[in-house]
Design a protein around this ligand. Structure first.
Ligand SMILES: [Fe+2]
Length: 256
């Protein structure tokens, strides 16, 4: 594998990657991972690569460690971002878990011919910009103080008769930042007592800020075959632009 790169800076050592993830912008791109050969073999090598950042978690009821991200037609549940070709707005991964994993890695096996680009932003940068306004500062306070409900999407639920909801602040110094708008909205439906006027207002203005900020600032990254996008899931938000090419295939690992 060739040297890694984060925002154009060559990174030769895993320790440099850690530095970028934990104290820099929170994300990096590693280039040149070999994706030829049987997919099982590629998955095995990708899991080995990912393991250097921590134990690789299993994905919900499937129990799989390496998750295929590709549009699926053969599902009966409401699809989550990794199963569709639609836009995925800015979010952190596994926000519904009691302790979302610290790191997330995406390996591109086949990029979409057009679209399917990644957008990644530092949480610190987003909150610093949001907090420049009175409205932003008020919403940040509420997102620190209030408990929000994060509902597990269907595909990751192990007991559908009792859909799990994790209750946590959006900005939590001990468990990290977490955000996914649709997951919080589903949580409000399941636990309406948490849908107070203040909680609803803060999440709406923050979500509106993120969407408009992406429109203005979006730094789209078109990942190529063999690229690995790694992010610190407690320090960076990521998004994906829509695409139509159903052969697009990425592999994902999450590391605790
Ligand atoms: Fe994601």
């Amino acid at each position: 594998m060739s040297a890694a790169a984060a925002h154009g800076v060559a990174l030769a050592q895993p320790s440099d990657l850690r530095e970028e993830l934990d104290r820099g912008t929170g994300w990096a791109v590693v280039k040149g991972f070999t994706v030829s050969g049987p997919l099982e073999e590629v998955s095995r090598r990708f899991e080995h690569f990912s393991h250097q950042f921590g134990p690789v978690s299993r994905h919900g009821q499937s129990g799989t460690t390496i998750w295929k991200i590709t549009p699926r037609q053969d599902i009966e549940h409401l699809p989550t971002f990794s199963e569709t070709a639609s836009e995925a707005p800015l979010h952190t991964d596994n926000s519904w878990a009691p302790h979302p994993e610290k790191y997330m890695a995406l390996l591109v096996v086949r990029p979409a011919d057009k679209g399917g680009d990644s957008i990644v932003f530092s949480v610190d940068e987003a909150l610093e910009t949001f907090g420049r306004s009175l409205v932003g500062r008020r919403a940040i306070c509420l997102m620190r103080q209030l408990n929000y409900p994060f509902a597990t999407p269907d595909v990751f639920e192990t007991n559908m008769s009792k859909r799990a909801v994790t209750i946590a602040p959006i900005i939590d110094p001990s468990r990290g930042f977490r955000f996914r708008y649709d997951v919080i909205q589903a949580g409000f439906e399941l636990l309406p007592r948490l849908a107070t006027a203040e909680a609803l207002w803060a999440v709406e203005v923050f979500n509106h800020f993120l969407n408009s900020w992406v429109e203005r600032k979006a730094n789209k990254i078109h990942l190529e075959t063999g690229d690995i996008l790694i992010s610190n899931n407690h320090r960076a938000l990521h998004a994906r632009t829509p695409f139509t090419d159903c052969s697009r295939l990425l592999l994902r690992a999450r590391m605790a």
